[in-house]
Structure formats: C-alpha cells, structure tokens
Design a protein around this ligand. Structure first.
Ligand code: UGA
Length: 497
C-alpha cells in the first residue's frame, strides 16, 4: 500500500493508494469454487487487479443470473466491480468443475461451512468439493481453502484429494483465511491489514505470493494449522471484546457510569484499541456466533476446552435479554403494546439477516404479545421471504414504522436512522419512548427533543419539564440540529479495520 505499483493506477475502490496492475506482468488464472458472499467478492477483487478469474457454483440458477449481470447479494461496490471485470473479460462464471480446475493454476474453495446443532462445523461441502477436484485433477494445482474451517481441515482435504485422484498428480493444499466484513468486504479485500497464507510447500507459496502481490499488503506465511487457527482465534477475540464491553455496560447501568466514556477511556490505550468496543445488543451475523461455537467445539475435540468462550456466548445472549427486561420494566406490560423496531439486519450496510440480534429481538417482543412494526432499509424483503418474524408488520419506511407507536426500539445502527428527522418521529409517536440498542443517538439531544430515552450502558434521560415528556409543539426546535447522531456507524466500520 505504501509503495506505488508499476502502473501508478489508483485503487478503484478507495481512490487512494496505487495498486499494482497484475495484468501488466504477472496475472494468474484462478478458479473460485463457490460464488457466495466470500467467493464472489474474492473473485471480483482478484479480477480487478488483473487476474483471470472463473467463479463457479453448483447452483445453475445462480450462475445464469450472474451471467446476466444479476448479483445475488447486496454488498456496496460489488455490482460495479463485477460488471467492469466481466466486460474486460477477466471475470467469468461457470458451473463446470472440469472447466474450473482444468483452466486455472490456483483453485480456491469458498463453499459454506454451516454450523451443526452441537456447534461443530458441517464440512460436507468442503469434502464434496475435494472429491470433485480430485476427479478432474490432471496436472499440478494449488488448492486453497478460503472457507472458514476448524484447524486440521487442510490435512483432511489433502488426504481426500489424494484418495480420490484418478492418477498420481501433484498438488498442494493451502489455507488462506478471509477477513472480510460484510458491508465493506470490497475495501477489506482490496486493502487488507494482512494476508495469511498457510503452507509448507515452496512451490505453492511462490504461486500464492503472485496471486496476492498486487494488493501490496503484509503477507504472513505460516504452517497450514496455524493459518486455520488464526481465523477462528481472530473472530473469537473480536467477539470476546464485544462481550467484554457489553458486560461492562451492565455495570455502567447499575452504577450510573457512561459506557461510551469508559470505552473511550480504555480504548485510548493502544494495547487495547477502541474498535469492537461498541456496546449494543450483542454480536450476530453468519460469522461470530458460528465461529465462536466452532472454536469451542474443536478445542473440546482436541482435548483443550476453552470455557472463556462459553462465557462470551452467555454474555452475548444475556445482553438482549437484559434489554427486553428493561423495556418491560419501563412499559410494565409488553402485551398489546405497539412497538416500532428500526433495523432487522445483523449490522448496517448489508441485507444479511442471518443470526441477527434484531430479528431475535423482534421475535422476543412478538412472543410477549406486543404488536411489532419493523423497518429495515435492506432487510425487509429477506425477513419476509424467509418468514423469520411471523406476526411482524413490515413498514415501508422508518417514519411509517413509528406512526402511533408507543415505543421505538433501535436494533441496527443504519446511517439512515441517524439522519432521520427526529422531530417528525416525535410527532408521529403515540408516546415518545425510545430504546436505543446501539447507542446511535445523543442522550442530551433526545432529552431536549422531549423523548424518554434509554440506551445501552448510559443513564436514561427524560424530558426536562415535569418528569413527563412534553409534546414537541411546546419545544423550540430552533437550536436543535436535525442530525443528532454521533455517526457511530462510521466509528464501527472505520475503527474496526
Ligand atoms: C466478521 C469479522 O469482523 C471479519 O473480519 C470476518 O472476516 C468475518 O466476520 C467472517 O468471518 O467472515 P462480519 O460478521 O461481517 O465480519 O461483521 P462485523 O463488522 O465484525 O460485526 C459482527 C457483529 O458484531 C455485528 O452484529 C455487529 O453489530 C457486532 N459488533 C461489532 C458490536 O456489537 N460491537 C462492535 O464494537 C463491533
């Protein structure tokens, strides 16, 4: 990132650092097996730096849609990236394993590794792909595991390929974990903090370095088991940071301290760092919950249980329950209460509602008999499609959702909510009570606007007057800024790099 690449071309994503143009001198032919979230973003970014990439999937409808320019996921910047590289003939899509393995020097495996009921990882797809690769392997290939897998999976993949190969063909298996965050995956891939490559084969390492050289990021070469472990250890540590700050938020609520000030105070210590210390409703998504459970499971399997992570999970669950308890304490009875919920996705800038705390929260409220109207800028459709919140009413806008609501709950910190006209929200609500599960709004502003405002780990605020929030008509709005949030979202996404 520091040194300019030979082309001097500016990075198309951030328009900042210059990138190497791999196509000028060292482009590789790469196949990505699995065109889901990780596979597609990785393939598009490899193509962007000049490699020739085939993205594969066994879902023929998906391949057809991709060939027609339809991107199955929402990820900022991805559609333009795909379009540009398809037009430049650097990116193509295929359903044929023969074509994928036959035409490329490096084969990335990016298939799902879903959780099983006991928390361990279902490696069925990985194993199947290993057999499929073996069945068409004719000359040396580097086979890279990009999917998140438990330590020692690489050894199993190599064993399987060896067992199912038709002939004595040379190959190497490499572990190359991904560290992409949904919502900023393209930027994370184009400008990674580090690239971890696990292999003990010089031949494979030389090829992997050529694949990643254009990104000009620090490369860390390890053995294959360490690379696999790094991924689970990194995600579990980030989850631990979140649970730590959430446990502290309960202590702040009980003692009258302010979690934001505490987080700033400890985060200013460089050894600790401020990122991933944002208290909230807990972590969700398709990675942290699954990876913490998987890490627990594999550590038990290898005879070294890791109970610290059990506590991380417990705190995460408890944080949402504490929030609902506080809501119940305030509203007394939740049954028949009209509650608006803003946010359904597991975090902003994604349409992903898998393992979303917001979805769980909506279901908690519905179970208690509340009438919930929810709105999410990108998540409504998915929640409806998958019927994740039976009984919820989905609104067309944030302002629609709060009409006549007795309480507003903020569950996901979308910038759209931060920018909303809160005076209008106040006017539309039946009773101006706000429960902010992501500390998006400023308590003083909320108080000045007349809201009864509760957030995470901060003292609640009530309207100034006589203990009850006066209606907004009585308040002079002249000095109140329309945008009242602290742009916490930016803090999350920038700070966590
Ligand atoms: C996470 C990791 O951050 C990536 O490095 C990793 O590659 C990815 O998992 C993966 O394994 O594929 P992601 O799940 O996209 O990325 O989302 P994050 O931004 O890490 O957020 C995860 C959850 O933690 C969200 O629910 C978010 O709201 C929550 N969170 C995050 C907090 O509650 N507080 C924080 O301070 C930060």
């Amino acid at each position: 990132m520091q040194a300019a690449g030979p082309s001097g071309k500016r990075c198309p994503i951030c328009d900042g650092h210059t990138i190497y143009e791999a196509r000028l001198y060292l482009h590789m032919r790469i196949t990505i097996i699995g065109s889901g979230y990780v596979g597609l973003v990785t393939g598009a970014c490899f193509a962007e730096v000049g490699h020739e990439v085939i993205c594969m999937d066994n879902d023929t409808r998906k391949i057809k849609a991709l060939r027609n320019g339809k991107i199955p996921i929402y990820e900022p910047g991805l559609d333009q990236l795909v379009q540009r590289n398809v037009s430049a003939h650097r990116l193509s899509f295929s359903g044929s394993i023969e074509e994928g393995v036959g035409n490329s020097e490096v084969i990335f495996i990016a298939v799902p590794t879903p959780p099983q009921v006991d928390g361990s990882v279902d490696l069925t797809y990985i194993e199947r792909v290993a057999r499929e690769i073996a069945s068409v392997l004719k000359e040396y290939r580097v086979i890279v595991d990009k999917s998140t897998v438990p330590v020692k999976t690489g050894e199993k993949v190599a064993e399987t390929i060896r067992r199912y190969s038709q002939a004595e063909v040379e190959f190497d298996v490499v572990s190359n974990p991904e560290f992409l965050r949904e919502g900023c995956a393209v930027a994370d891939l184009m400008e990674p903090d580090r690239i971890v490559i696990g292999s003990d084969s010089e031949r494979a390492l030389t090829i992997m370095k050529r694949v990643y050289e254009p990104f000009m990021a620090p490369m860390m070469i390890t053995d294959i088991n360490s690379a696999e472990l790094i991924k689970h250890a990194a995600n579990s540590f980030l989850a631990l940071k979140i649970s730590y700050i959430n446990a502290l938020s309960a202590i702040c609520e009980a003692s009258g301290a302010d979690i934001e000030k505490v987080a700033d105070g400890i985060g200013a210590d460089k050894r600790i760092g401020r990122s991933f210390l944002n208290a909230g409703l807990g972590y969700g998504g398709s990675c942290f919950p699954k990876d913490v459970a998987a890490f627990l499971s594999i550590s038990e399997q290898i005879g070294e249980p890791f109970p610290l992570l059990t506590e991380v999970q417990r705190i995460n669950q408890h944080q949402r329950k504490r929030f609902v308890n506080r809501l119940r304490d305030t509203l007394w009875i939740l049954k028949e209460k009209r509650i608006a919920v803003w946010g359904l996705t597991f975090k902003p800038d994604t349409d992903d509602v898998r393992s979303s705390v917001a979805v769980d929260l909506v279901n908690d409220l519905i179970r208690e008999g509340a009438h919930v109207t929810a709105y999410d800028p990108k998540g409504n459709e998915r929640v409806q499609e998958l019927n994740l919140c039976p009984g919820v009413h989905l609104a067309d806008s944030a302002l629609d959702a709060v009409r006549d609501a007795e309480t507003l709950v903020l569950a996901t910190e979308w910038p759209d909510f931060a920018a909303i006209d809160l005076a209008e929200v106040y006017r539309r609500m039946h009773t101006p009570i706000v429960f902010d599960g992501r500390n998006l709004f400023d308590p003083n502003t909320m108080r000045d606007l007349g809201f009864q405002y509760y957030s995470i780990g901060r003292p609640p605020t009530k309207a100034n007057s006589n203990g009850h929030s006066g209606r907004l008509a009585n308040i002079d709005l002249g000095n109140i800024p329309k945008y009242t949030c602290r742009q916490r979202h930016n803090k999350v996404t920038q700070g966590s790099r």
